[in-house]
Design a protein around this ligand. Sequence first.
Ligand SMILES: C[S@@+](CC[C@H](N)C(=O)[O-])C[C@H]1O[C@@H](n2cnc3c(N)ncnc32)[C@H](O)[C@@H]1O
Length: 142
Amino acid sequence: MKRKGLYKPTVEDAIEIGGIETLHPGGFALTKRTAELAALREGLKVLDVSSGRGTQSIFYAKKFGVDVTGVDISEEMVKTAADNAEKAGLSHKVQFMLGDSQCLPFEDNTFDVVISCTVGIPDDSQKVLQEMVRVVKPGAGF
Ligand SMILES: C[S@@+](CC[C@H](N)C(=O)[O-])C[C@H]1O[C@@H](n2cnc3c(N)ncnc32)[C@H](O)[C@@H]1O
C-alpha cells in the first residue's frame, strides 16, 4: 500500500485495512459448497478468477488438495495472496498472477475447474463468463 503524498485509498486498501477474511456473499460456507459442487480433489488444476487476497484459493488447496492458479487485476492483491500462500506453506500448490478476468492470460482448455465468486464486478460479466468457459477443459465444471 502506497501512503506517500496525498493518500487516496482504493477498494483493495479498504479490504486490506478491514481485515475481512472472505469477500463474497455466503462467506466460507459458500466457498466450501462451491468446492463440493465442483468435486474438487487432488490432482485437479483449478483457476480462481479474481482471487483477491487468495483466501479461497488457499482454502481449496489446503482442504481439497487441488493445484490452484489465482488471477487478479490488482498487483497489490496478487502480492498479498502470494504472501498468504507462503505463510500457509502452500506456495507449491497455489500461485497467483496478474490478469484481467475479461481477457484471461491462459490458453484454451487449460484448467479442470474454473471458479469465480466475483463475476459481477468487472464491467463485462458476459465476457468474463466466456473467458471462464474458454480456459476450462471441455466437459469440466466451473
Ligand atoms: C471480492 S474480491 C475477491 C475476494 C476473494 N475471492 C476472496 O474471497 O478472498 C474481488 C477481486 O476482484 C478483483 N477484480 C476486479 N476486477 C477484476 C478484473 N477485471 N479482473 C480480475 N480481477 C478483478 C479485485 O482486484 C479484487 O481483488
